[in-house]
Design a protein around this ligand. Sequence first.
Ligand SMILES: Cc1cc2nc3c(=O)[nH]c(=O)nc-3n(C[C@H](O)[C@H](O)[C@H](O)COP(=O)(O)OP(=O)(O)OC[C@H]3O[C@@H](n4cnc5c(N)ncnc54)[C@H](O)[C@@H]3O)c2cc1C
Length: 546
Amino acid sequence: MNGLIEHTLRGSWTSSGASAAPLSPRSLRWLRQRTGLAEMTTPAVPASLLEVAGSALPEAARAELAALIGEQQVLTEPASRLGRAGGLSYSDLMRRRGGTEFAVPDAVLLPTDPELVQGILEICVRHDIAVVPFGGGTSVVGGVDALRGDKVAVVALDLAQLDRLVSLDPGSRIAVLQAGMRAAEAESLLAAHGFTLGHFPQSFERATIGGFAATRSAGQAAAGYGRFEDMVESVRLATPVGEWRLGVAPASAAGPDLRQLAVGSEGTLGVITEVAVRVRPAPVRSRYEALVVDGWQSGVDAVRALAQGRVLADVTRLSDVDETEVQLELSGALKAGALKTYLRGKGIRQPCLLVLGWDAASRAELKLRRSATLNALRGIRSVRLGRPVGEAWRSHRFSGPRQRDALLDRGVCVETLETATHWTGLSELRSAVRTALVRSLKVGGKSPIVMCHISHAYETGASLYFTVLAPRNADPIGQWQRAKEAASDAIAGRGTITHHHAVGADHLPWLGAEIGDIGGKVLAAAKKAVDPTGILNPGKLIRPAR
Ligand SMILES: Cc1cc2nc3c(=O)[nH]c(=O)nc-3n(C[C@H](O)[C@H](O)[C@H](O)COP(=O)(O)OP(=O)(O)OC[C@H]3O[C@@H](n4cnc5c(N)ncnc54)[C@H](O)[C@@H]3O)c2cc1C
């Protein structure tokens, strides 16, 4: 069963906080010199110092909910409610650090099976209570903000105790998992049967199966295993008008694929209680290695050649010059200066790191696939750094959030955003977003560090993932909000507002530019059909029909 402590840990990624990945004095010196960061320590405010208003959950509703799921499964004390108040974006973390006001649910509900979820929705409809489905709470787009809309109260429906492997069909390679199971637990349960899901987002340790389905998540090995929506065979949803099951066959021509309406619905059309996912035999051989190419465009050409030649490695990740430099400077693992000199000697002036990783069922398959990938790169000038750098990336693949805790403690504004577009417009989009972020976050003569990488590539285009490091100012939330708005304006019309983080509350203003008025009306109509009184996750993804 998922540990509830993890679900209430909201000020940092792990209970060790910044000490899980401390910044070396050398890295700090480098950051100060690059960004003008002032020397300061800004530790997290203990949750006990944050003020929480009393619960507005009507007593009659509380009593009915307690009768249905058990007294101890309805939590109304401040610590539990605070523990499900919002996600884990930079702004969420800063709200908790700065003590700025934020929305807190009136209660936390902990159902233990799908039928109880259905019962909860029926009670909430009757009492006009908003419901925020809560998986791992790792949303970075305001997806789990406790917004009540026009309802009398709002509850967080925490799925942590729906955490079972319901069934495994090795012949069809399908596992049915309950929605609250975390990715790390799913992997270890499946591994015991010789299978893997192959979904490794950076939030792997905390995020859940239901959350992945609800947000169309993409993991680091999506080039090989697919995005999460590619893995979903069927879904079981509780909705205010009854239970809805979708998906009976691997493919179907029975009208539009309604599974895809549930997948990505971000808790606005129903609560996902179970997901049947496609699994694969666990790899017996893996190999990760790194190359350096000369300049961003040359790297883009390399990744495009791999995608269009259909020889992408399972992990294919290209960092731009800034991200490569920061990885080298902050990792502490490599002698950055010596490496740069070595690369210059090899004619590489603008080093861009390309990490490649393959998972295979046999040594022969690994050899074949690796040769196919590397052969496709023959025309691109590159220097191979070999396995140590590739394996170092693999062993640190989940350490980003720990490093973020350390940066937050030192007064750094550190946040990410992502988009995707077609190959022909990719570099223009990158420049436009970079320019918007630099302009917005520049202070005096010092520019922020804006890094970018491609981690998901397709035959027709790729995603762009930006990470920003800037000295925090006196209004950290406003500072980032302005930068994010500038970046989102630059994206609108050029690419998607989100490649895998979802829409939530934060991206809603830009969704219209992507799906148009008609798209907005289609979503509102679907919501009206399954959630006529609008209790499900108000303020996220779908604007109510007018
Ligand atoms: C440090 C960090 C790294 C990240 N890296 C990645 C990454 O590599 N790839 C990626 O795709 N994302 C990433 N994310 C974003 C986030 O982890 C994903 O959106 C993830 O899918 C959310 O899963 P969750 O279980 O935490 O869902 P939550 O955050 O709890 O919820 C997300 C949304 O889904 C809804 N929801 C959750 N569970 C259900 C359910 N059972 N039924 C209906 N609706 C539900 C919520 O209401 C909310 O709208 C990252 C986030 C952080 C903080």
